[in-house]
Structure formats: C-alpha cells, structure tokens
Design a protein around this ligand. Structure first.
Ligand code: CMC
Length: 427
C-alpha cells in the first residue's frame, strides 16, 4: 500500500496519497484538498509546492546535483554539445548519429527569420535593452508562423519548437547589431549553431569572419549550462502562459520577460556590474559587510539560490571555463581576481555559511562573456537564447500531460470586505 499523509482540520480527518518520483523528495497529492475542506493551502513563491510532474531535469540542491534526463550537467558540459543537449531535453534520449544529423539539419534550416521581422527592430530606440527587444520580437513571431500554432497537433508543436530554437540566435544577434548600428547578418548554415551566432553577432558584411574555436566551444558550453533548470520562475511562467492554450511564440516572450529580472536571469549582468563596482580586492570586506547588513538592500549578486544550498554545479564548470579561455587567449582580467577572492571570503564567512549561500551560475558567467566581447546588456539575452530549449521542452511536456489544467492559483484575501460605494461629492 502506498504511503499517505493524515491531516485533521476541524472535525475532518483527511488522508492524502504521497507520490514518489524516481528520485527526490516525496510529494503529497493535495489536489482534492479544497473540494474536501473548503480551504486553500498558502505557499507564496511555491517554496513547498510541486506544480507539475516532469521527466526532464532533476536538481538536488543540498548535494549540488543537476541532471538532464539523468545525465549530470558536468558530464554534458565536458563531453556533449549544445545541439545534442537540446535534442536530449526535447526527446528524452541522446540521439543516434542519423537522428542527430537530421536534427542539426532541421535546426540549421530554420535559422532565418521572416524578412518582415527585421522592420520591427527599427521601431525600437537604439539604446533599448536587448531583453526589451527580445520580448517584443519573439512575441511578434506569433504573428508570422501561423502554420505551427495548433498546439494540439504534435507536428506543429515540433515545428514551432524547432523554429524557436533556431531563430533565437538570429534574433539575439539582430538585437545586438541594432544597438551598435551595424547591419544585420544573415545566418551562415555552414557553421555550427554557436559559431553561426558568433558570426551574426561579431561579423560584418564587409569582411569574412573567422570563428575562434576556443570561444565557440566555451560559449557552446555556457549554452549547455543554461539550457534548463526545472521549474524556475521563467519556465513556470512559460508553463502558466501555455496552460491557457496560448500561442507558443507568445509563451516564450512571457518567459523572456520573467527571465529579465535581476533575481533570475538578470543576475549575471548585476553580478558583473557589482564586481566592477568593487574594483579591487581591498574593497571586498566593505561589500560583504553591506550584504550582511539587514538595513541595506544590497545582496551579493551571483550568490545564493532558491534550490541550491550547496555549490551550484554550473558555477564549478563556469569557473573552470573562465580559466581555460583566459589561458587559451592569453588574457587576464582583474575582475576575475576580485571574483575569486570575493568567493573565498564569502565562503569563509559565518553569515554565508549559515545561510548556505554559494556562488551560482551567474557569478562567473559575466566575467567570461565580457572577455568574449559581449556587452553586459547582452548577457541575459544569451541566457534566454539557451533557456529557450528548456522552455520549449517543458512547454511540450505540459501540453501532453493528461493532468494538465489551466494554471490558476488561489489567494488568502486580506482586503476590505463588502462595502457601499460613496459618490465622489460625498467622500
Ligand atoms: N547576499 C546576501 N544575502 C543573501 C543573498 C545574497 N546574494 N541571497 C540570500 N540572502 C539572504 C537573505 O537576505 C535571507 O536572509 P534572512 O533569512 O536573514 O532574511 C536568506 O539569505 C534567504 O534568502 P531568500 O531571499 O529568502 O532566498 P530565496 O530562495 O527567496 O532567494 C535568490 C534566492 C537567488 C533570489 C537570492 O539568493 C538572491 O537574491 N541572490 C542574488 C541574485 C542572484 O544571484 N540570482 C541568480 C539566481 S541563479 C540564476 C537563475 O537561476 O536565474
């Protein structure tokens, strides 16, 4: 017999099934709770609530474990590539050679965007944040690809998924080109997914662009690190938007909007800005003191995580990648030294130790992206590009889940009770 949770509420005795996943904490099935008790559960920020079943990504925050379809992130980052990880997240298994070739071919053939989409960019100010442009332009895809918006048709869902993964680098590169006043470059299908993105971003039509293999490999790895992270805020946003049956392209725009926030994907930009503000190792204690001060809203950006109460395994790979790229390119950056020393001091500080605050993926990503030549404002756009794979995989899983319902949380109402309207002149 399966386990159950017994609960008494007033004079009612209740019994709830306890669901077991393949690994990880048990989950109490409270779907009937409201119908049986006329009460809701209260859980702002969903800290104790599983919103869905999923087979895609598993995180053990206490142990610092992240698995995609069972494969550890460190192993994927070292041995795989972003296209293969995309295939894995979408399909559940690593591809065999022929399936992988087909997948890469399909993604490559969807990299161009409708020519009319280019005119959207000129409606933005040149100094618009790339994430503002991405929200608008990705949302606008919903007005272009009408043959892939029937979410109940698996083939149309697959085409929409491939289009999103393929077009995101093109749109992100266009957002960058627009901000620096350079012409857009069409994709070059002879290049890899990541090499093509680098060329569209840093190449110019006036001369050939040679992809640097060290940067290409490092950026591809960064994309792997950001590909999915189970039910984080932006993924939950995509699922919630999609739960109403909304257009898939519009759902991704909702994910981009959520990712932009400094507590989520925007933290990489905030972390690098903070490291620059600190500037020299001598100033680190001052910033650590500020982060600990209850009366100061300042937080160490790139530190702490809702789920990881241990070292974020993505940060481990990221730190190693910074070292490798700096060595291969024979460059250094004083900001990296500040980051390393800040990490060491924070990890030896009781405040951070007691609260289990460790570097997260964003702590080192800004250092490396900036060494590659990306302006700070592009960091979150790169995160969005990579996370699109996760959003699309999770969105597909949600649509095909027989338990799926429109997402509709409830509330604890604490506002005024019913009262009579008072006309303006009598107030
Ligand atoms: N610096 C200083 N104190 C911190 C920090 C930090 N970075 N993060 C958390 N704390 C403290 C916080 O003040 C609180 O203290 P107390 O219990 O005394 O009130 C305690 O630690 C718990 O924090 P919380 O805000 O309740 O935890 P949370 O799970 O709601 O927040 C977080 C997680 C990531 C939003 C938070 O750690 C944070 O704001 N970090 C900085 C932003 C950041 O790096 N975000 C990137 C997240 S990883 C990338 C991604 O997945 O998008």
């Amino acid at each position: 017999m399966s386990d159950s949770m017994k609960l008494s509420l007033g004079d009612k005795q209740l019994d709830y099934a306890v669901l077991k996943g393949s690994v990880g904490p048990e989950v109490v099935d409270i779907r009937k709770f409201y119908a049986q008790t006329d009460s809701f559960t209260y859980d702002p920020g969903f800290t104790s609530t599983a919103s869905c079943q999923s087979t895609i990504t598993y995180i053990d925050g206490d142990e610092g474990v992240l698995l995609h379809r069972g494969y550890p992130i460190g192993e994927l980052a070292e041995k795989s590539n972003f296209m293969e990880v995309a295939y894995l997240l979408l399909n559940g298994e690593l591809p065999e050679a022929e399936a992988f070739d087909d997948f890469r071919y399909t993604i490559t053939r969807h990299t161009m965007v409708h020519e009319q989409l280019a005119s959207f960019f000129s409606g933005f100010r040149r100094d618009a944040h790339p994430m503002a442009i991405m929200c608008g332009v990705v949302g606008a895809l919903s007005a272009f690809y009408h043959d892939s918006t029937d979410i109940h048709d698996p083939q149309q869902r697959t085409i929409a998924s491939h289009r999103l993964i393929a077009k995101m680098p093109t749109i992100a590169a266009m957002a960058y080109k627009y901000s620096v006043g350079q012409p857009f470059l069409y994709p070059d299908n002879s290049l890899s997914y990541t090499g093509n993105f680098l060329r569209m971003t840093f190449g110019v039509p006036a001369e050939p662009y040679e992809v640097n293999p060290v940067i290409e490999q490092a950026l591809d790895r960064i994309f792997i690190l950001h590909a999915d992270h189970e039910q984080n805020a932006s993924t939950s946003t995509v699922r919630l938007a999609g739960s109403s049956g909304a257009n898939p392209f519009a759902c991704m725009a909702a994910g981009i909007a959520c990712l932009w926030g400094p507590a989520h994907g925007g933290a990489n930009e905030a972390a690098l800005n903070m490291l620059h503000e600190i500037g020299r190792p001598e100033r680190i204690p001052e910033f650590i003191a500020r982060a600990k001060d209850k009366n100061d809203p300042f937080r160490l950006m790139g530190f702490g995580h809702r789920v990881y109460k241990n070292y974020d395994p993505r940060a481990t790979v990221m730190q190693k990648t910074v070292r490798e790229v700096f060595k291969a390119m024979n460059v250094s950056d004083p900001v990296f030294d500040v980051a390393l020393q800040l990490e060491e001091m924070a990890l030896n500080d009781d405040y951070f130790r007691e609260k289990k605050l460790f570097p997260n993926v964003d702590f080192y990503s800004g250092v490396i992206l900036s060494a590659m030549g990306f302006p700070t404002s592009m960091f979150t756009a790169l995160f969005a590009l990579a996370r699109t794979v996760g959003w699309v995989a999770q969105w597909n899983e949600m649509i095909t889940d027989p338990d799926q319902k429109i997402g509709r949380p409830r509330q604890l109402y604490t506002g005024p009770t019913k009262r009579e309207y008072v006309p303006l002149g009598s107030r």
